[in-house]
Design a binder for this molecule. Structure first.
Ligand SMILES: NC(=O)c1ccc[n+]([C@@H]2O[C@H](COP(=O)([O-])OP(=O)(O)OC[C@H]3O[C@@H](n4cnc5c(N)ncnc54)[C@H](OP(=O)(O)O)[C@@H]3O)[C@@H](O)[C@H]2O)c1
Length: 314
């Protein structure tokens, strides 16, 4: 074991490993990457129907020989399946791709719906994404039924604003077990993170390295988060890299982190990002926030995301 194996608790009573593994992008590299992560001791894998990486995750799990019962598997329902009558078939398709009969956590990827049908990005005659008519509350209520059936051992959301979260909690009966959102040392969202704690909702940090993901055009002219002088300096004391400090900081705050890498050395390095930071060093990282958000597809999805959150540009 290359890491401490830190676990956090969900409001369902289940435990979620603090350190996970992301599988967005580089589809063809994901099977060996997931095998390498599992061999290095990762037990929490994040995928999504829209990533096209569920089959690679499924076959990597099979090839690794790691028993299903040791794993925490997360996937997400895509926007074209939000109509309540489409929800169960979406989960069944994900389960089939993953080669399992349950997921440990099933998330609504975005609050916004697209038109139903087989196209992941249905377009109207102007070439714009065709919005659906389903309200996320109705979609979530359909997800609640699958939670009760056991096919999804926990349900939650991703990319919701605070107002969207509050409305969801008020109008549904299962409090989300987790919210997966963009969070890293350059977008810390202290208040929103604390609010989740007060509601018993676990936070999973996506893009834990911020603008190290090269698709984020906004971050391309900035120096990389993982090269931040404070992260690098803090790391020296522990013999760790800036990337590892960024992960340890999220874990210290009680959150899960799901770094993605297709590179064997980095996969191993990231697994070793589950280590203990001193209170003083946690505070040093708390102080480097820049309220910089890199992932905001509002213009393409026909929905104004994160309206009441930090890092939202006007
Ligand atoms: N819910 C959502 O809407 C949502 C949105 C975004 C992401 N996510 C999830 O979160 C996961 C992680 O986020 P992300 O993929 O955006 O970005 P990330 O994990 O923050 O960064 C990934 C990038 O950093 C590089 N990298 C990884 N480890 C490194 C290291 N130790 N040193 C230097 N560079 C390193 C990777 O390169 P190589 O791969 O080339 O090594 C890759 O380019 C995703 O894969 C996905 O599962 C969810």
């Amino acid at each position: 074991m290359l890491h401490r194996g830190t676990m956090h608790k969900l409001n369902t009573g289940a435990s979620i490993p603090a350190l996970g593994f992301g599988t967005w992008q580089d589809k063809d590299a994901q099977e060996p990457a997931v095998i390498a992560a599992l061999q290095a001791g990762v037990r929490h894998i994040d995928t999504a129907a829209v990533y096209g990486t569920e089959p690679a995750v499924g076959s990597a799990i099979k090839k690794s020989g790691v028993p299903r019962s040791e794993l925490f598997l997360v996937t997400k329902i895509w926007n074209n399946s939000h109509a309540p009558e489409d929800v169960e078939a979406a989960l069944d398709a994900s389960l089939k791709n993953l080669g399992t009969d349950y997921v440990d956590l099933w998330l609504m990827h975005w609050p916004s719906s697209f038109a139903s049908g087989s196209s992941l990005f249905p377009k109207d005659s102007n070439g714009k994404v065709k919005a659906g008519t389903s309200d996320y509350v109705e979609t979530y209520k359909a997800m609640e039924k699958l939670y009760k059936s056991g096919k999804a051992r926990a349900i939650g959301v991703s990319n919701f604003s605070k107002a969207e979260m509050e409305r969801l909690i008020k109008e549904t009966s299962v409090v989300p077990a987790a919210h997966q959102l963009e969070l890293h040392p350059y977008l810390q969202q202290h208040e929103f993170a604390e609010w989740h704690k007060s509601q018993g909702i676990h936070v999973t940090q996506y893009s834990p390295f911020g603008n190290s993901n090269e698709v984020y055009s906004k971050g391309q002219n900035l120096s990389k988060l993982i090269e931040d002088p404070t992260l690098v300096e803090v790391g020296k004391k522990y013999g760790k890299s800036g990337a590892q400090v960024a992960l340890a900081w999220g874990i210290a705050h009680g959150r899960s982190v799901i770094p993605k890498s297709k590179t064997p050395d980095r996969i191993k390095q990231n697994v070793e990002g589950d280590f203990e930071l001193s209170a003083e060093d946690i505070k040093k990282v708390d102080a480097i926030d820049r309220k910089l958000r890199f992932n905001d597809p509002s213009a393409n999805f026909g929905w104004n995301f994160y309206q009441d959150l930090e890092g939202k540009e006007a």
